[in-house]
Write a new protein. Structure first.
Length: 147
């Protein structure tokens, strides 16, 4: 269940199920390991309740750690079309050509962050929020309209 929560597949009953299964393990297991093991899951669910809620109900990872909730995009107003990002992308999911605004194919992007490191213009943005309007085809640098 925790793995599914980090993959944006969490369900609203996961908290109550964790309690139920955790309590059952704690009180019905004969060995000490079985009795102690659920405590980590139970205390995490209590101490970080708001984090779990954000993942499951708001589709957000407040710490921006779970990649399923994070977007990486190229700001069409800042990209200079230099191509540095394309050269380092191990997933080959950046499209572009010289002097054109580059684009990331989110479907294949593993969110490794290598493109962010090389972009001297700081045009590549990592966000847990909503995506802005982005080009859906290659457009010359400076020609992408804001609205
Ligand atoms: S995103 Fe950055 S590295 Fe990639 S083409 Fe644009 S300016 Fe160059
Ligand atoms: S985050 Fe990694 S996989 Fe995604 S576009 Fe950048 S370099 Fe490619």
């Amino acid at each position: 269940m925790y793995k599914e929560i980090t993959q944006a597949r969490g369900k609203t009953n996961f908290a109550s199920l964790t309690d139920e299964i955790g309590d059952a393990c704690t009180y019905n297991t004969l060995c000490t390991v079985g009795q102690e093991a659920p405590k980590a899951a139970l205390s995490a669910m209590k101490k970080f309740a708001s984090e779990f809620e954000a993942h499951i109900k708001k589709n957000k990872c407040p710490a921006e750690v779970c990649t399923a909730f994070v977007h990486i995009y190229i700001d069409p107003h800042t990209c200079t079309g230099c191509g540095e990002c394309m050269d380092v992308c191990p997933a080959e999911c950046i499209e572009g050509k010289p002097n054109f605004i580059h684009m990331i194919d989110e479907f294949d992007c593993t969110k490794c962050g290598k493109c962010i490191e090389v972009c001297e213009e700081e045009a590549i943005v990592k966000t847990a929020g909503k995506l802005p309007k982005l080009p859906n085809r290659l457009i010359k640098v400076g020609k992408f309209k804001k609205h």
